[in-house]
Design a protein around this ligand. Structure first.
Ligand SMILES: Nc1nc2c(c(=O)[nH]1)N[C@H]1C(S)=C(S)[C@@H](COP(=O)(O)OP(=O)(O)OC[C@H]3O[C@@H](n4cnc5c(=O)[nH]c(N)nc54)[C@H](O)[C@@H]3O)O[C@H]1N2
Ligand SMILES: Nc1nc2c(c(=O)[nH]1)N[C@H]1C(S)=C(S)[C@@H](COP(=O)(O)OP(=O)(O)OC[C@H]3O[C@@H](n4cnc5c(=O)[nH]c(N)nc54)[C@H](O)[C@@H]3O)O[C@H]1N2
Ligand code: SF4
Ligand SMILES: [Mo]
Length: 672
């Protein structure tokens, strides 16, 4: 045991499970990383991706030193420079930009590469620095904004069920969610429920690996979930199974919404959703008769033009059935609404109010930006309208800085690249969005090369620029203390000391937790039903098809099993397992286009194209094709990924992106 140490940490990736992990350190080096068996949600298991995390930290393509571009933008040719040189050049350029164009010409573009509250997506450390410079604000709407807003309008918060309560459910709807791929730790609770007799239904346009494991799969037409919800509720009313007492006490707008439900009989829902009426009727009857029913509704639903409305209408189900009364009943989208950390970005440091730029609109909002500062993001892989972004990033007048771990497509366009630490090399504070625990990630080993954390990079840059605002120099531990100091009752007794010692702590929510048994955090204290006409907003694909678009196939681009967004997209073994680049096409659609299984095809629309190998499969219905997100454009044939055909288009709420809401056509590749 000589020199061996166990260091507790947390998975930083954008995954609801935020696993607790244990790093074994020998003689200062991290030698083993395992899921923490003591943590009630992780229970020892990580996942196919993160089992290889330590390997990934030592990958040969890891960026280890600051670099300056020497080739043309996009060439990926760099020379190594010192941190002092990098910071000098950055300081000079930033000062000049602020002087000439004002601070708002700087776009700090922060993604979800890590969900850490220090290094990542809440961006406290960086934002203070940007505020002193008066930089534009950045709205991280790419992932979940539409669904969160839909739920907020219904319930006054996006927070809902404690996913652990799924173990107590009798009917489980896995709705627009691929549990076994995108957050598999919930499955253990689903299995517990099943052992006690629960019935599990997957509602997904794709027969996913999760749908394979469910008792039933309803292959819904993309973007029509609100119509299904209304049809199911129609059966609930026909069964007279609505909870009148709950409706009277805890909701508002019921009379109007009831009319909306009555206007959506099963046959109409069937016509819109493509699900046989008998199946809707059967599930509606089950829903009417089964308490508690739990709905796991995640991101798939809301990546459509009407995605916010769809989440809002699904949120109506437990309010009608009264499921919120019961542990094991309700809707679980994200638990972030239950996290009440004190996130102080210090807006008071801004010299004047500034505009907010929208993460999903990089392609169209970059025109008057002079410095793009990308961190924990890979827009050329993950953001809509990738072709237009690529043209923008090639602009000679744009000064681009990328803080990265790996040489992504986005890095290839950087003027300066700054080497970033990985999770075993820095401290961070985490909260899951699929459970109710806070976790502390203790740095386990020294960073390789000259990698620095986000927080340390901004401290050094502030010093280099001679900035005097004291809060720019707060240490990681000070920032963590501040985050924990909100005074919210859910954090009482949750101290940094305790987190550092124990690794994870459940926030102070009772077990079982029934957040809306006695009302909602809305102004009236009541759940708000959609008003007439607000319940179902048709998708872009639906409307475009009705208008006779020449593109006839709806492309769905869901989570890949072996990547996490574009993270791990450069890992050869995980790429091999992903069978990338694949596109699933129904036999009827393949036949109509002369496509041959396994052959390379062009998937295209007016926005652009990507190449993929066809897998002819009844896992997708006619009219739907599927190709997972996450692969690196530069490692893909043709140099693009599905975001070449995803348009920059605002959804109904939160300007939500339509990642699963684009019409395409597929043609055989010449010579293929
Ligand atoms: N392995 C892995 N895990 C991940 C990720 C990853 O990339 N890889 N990404 C992480 C991130 S950032 C997020 S946000 C989550 C996302 O993970 P999920 O919340 O699971 O979201 P998606 O993968 O976008 O879509 C889920 C399912 O919804 C289906 N779907 C698409 N459109 C519709 C629709 O209109 N209605 C219905 N009912 N279903 C629809 C898709 O076919 C897909 O199977 O997962 C996280 N976990
Ligand atoms: N077609 C399609 N596109 C999608 C989606 C979809 O469903 N379909 N889903 C969307 C969703 S849900 C999301 S959340 C977005 C994600 O989009 P992004 O936020 O851009 O996430 P990634 O593509 O994973 O890129 C994150 C980068 O951060 C780097 N990184 C990780 N940790 C750190 C760190 O500590 N410091 C620094 N400096 N860098 C770090 C990683 O190496 C990686 O290159 O993608 C969206 N894109
Ligand atoms: S990606 Fe998700 S399942 Fe995998 S280790 Fe991280 S938190 Fe756990
Ligand atoms: Mo996401």
């Amino acid at each position: 045991m000589s020199g061996e140490l166990r260091v507790l940490g947390a998975c930083p990736l954008d995954c609801p499970d935020t696993c607790s992990w244990v790093v074994t350190v020998e003689d200062g080096a991290a030698v083993k990383l395992r899921g923490n068996p003591d943590q009630p949600y992780t229970r020892g298991a990580l996942c196919v991706k993160v089992n290889r995390y330590l390997e990934h930290t030592r990958a040969p393509d890891r960026i280890l030193y600051p670099m300056r571009r020497v080739g043309p933008k996009g060439s990926g040719r760099f020379e190594r420079i010192s941190w002092d040189e990098a910071l000098d050049e950055i300081a000079t350029r930033l000062r000049a930009i602020v002087e000439e164009h004002g601070g708002e010409a700087i776009w700090p573009y922060l993604g979800t590469g890590t969900l850490g509250y220090l290094q990542g997506c809440e961006g406290v450390a960086g934002r203070r620095f940007w505020n002193v410079l008066g930089a534009s604000k950045h709205w991280l709407n790419i992932c979940s904004a539409a669904g969160s807003l839909g739920l907020y309008r219904a319930n006054g918060t996006a927070g809902g069920m404690d996913p652990e309560n799924f173990a107590l459910s009798k009917l489980i709807l896995l709705w627009g969610t691929n549990t076994l791929t995108s957050g598999h730790h919930l499955w253990k609770f689903i299995q517990d429920a099943r052992a006690a007799g629960a019935h599990v239904v997957a509602i997904d346009p794709i027969r996913t690996r999760t749908a394979d494991q469910a008792d039933e799969h309803l292959a819904i037409r993309p973007g029509t979930d609100a119509a299904l919800a209304l049809g199911l509720l129609n059966v609930v009313l026909a069964e007279n199974a609505q909870d009148e007492a709950y409706l009277a006490e805890h909701t508002e707008g019921w009379a109007g919404f009831r009319e909306e439900i009555l206007a959506h009989p099963v046959e109409k829902a069937s016509e819109i959703t493509g699900i046989p009426a008998a199946d809707i009727h059967r599930l509606g009857t089950r829903l009417a008769r089964t308490r508690p029913t739990a709905i796991r509704a995640t991101m798939g639903i809301q990546r459509h033009a009407g995605g916010g409305a769809a989440m809002r209408t699904i949120a109506a189900i437990p309010a009608v059935t009264g499921d919120w009364r019961h542990p094991g009943g309700g809707v679980a989208y994200s638990t972030s609404g239950h996290v009440h950390l004190n996130i102080d970005r210090r807006d008071d440091l801004l010299p004047k109010p500034v505009r907010t730029l929208v993460m999903t609109k990089l392609a169209s909002q970059l025109d008057d930006v002079k410095c793009l500062w990308v961190y924990a993001a890979n827009p050329l892989g993950s953001t809509p309208d990738a072709g237009a972004i690529r043209r923008q990033l090639a602009r000679e007048d744009l000064f681009t800085v990328v803080m990265e771990q790996f040489p992504t497509d986005t890095v290839d366009y950087a003027d300066i690249v700054l080497p970033a630490t990985m999770q075993t090399e820095h401290h961070d504070l985490h909260a899951g969005y699929g459970h109710l625990y806070l976790l502390w990630n203790e740095a386990a080993a020294e960073p390789p090369g000259e990698c620095l954390s986000t927080t340390e990079t901004f401290r050094r840059l502030a010093r280099h620029m001679g900035l005097t605002e004291p809060s720019l120099y707060d240490s990681d531990l000070e920032l963590a203390e501040q985050l924990l100091s909100s005074g919210h009752p859910s954090l009482e007794g949750v101290t940094l000391d305790r987190l550092r010692k124990e690794g994870w702590v459940r926030m102070n929510y009772p077990k079982p937790f029934t957040p809306f048994a006695d009302g909602f955090p809305t102004r009236s204290g009541r759940m708000r039903f959609p008003r007439p006409g607000e319940a179902y907003v048709p998708s872009h694909a639906t409307l475009a098809a009705a208008e006779g678009s020449p593109y006839r196939l709806t492309l769905v681009t869901p989570a890949a099993h072996t990547f996490l967004n574009t993270t791990f997209g450069n890992n050869a073994e995980l790429r091999r397992r992903a069978k990338d680049p694949v596109v699933l096409v129904n036999p009827a659609d393949a036949a109509a286009r002369g496509l041959v299984d396994g052959r390379r095809v062009r998937v295209h629309n007016d926005g652009g194209e990507f190449l993929a190998d066809v897998e002819i499969s009844d896992r997708v219905a006619p009219g739907v094709v599927a190709s997972p997100k996450g692969r690196w454009p530069k490692l893909s044939p043709g140099g693009s990924n599905p975001n070449a055909v995803v348009a920059e288009r605002d959804g109904d709420m939160g300007k939500g992106p339509g990642f699963h809401d684009n019409l395409v056509e597929i043609s055989p590749c010449a010579g293929s």
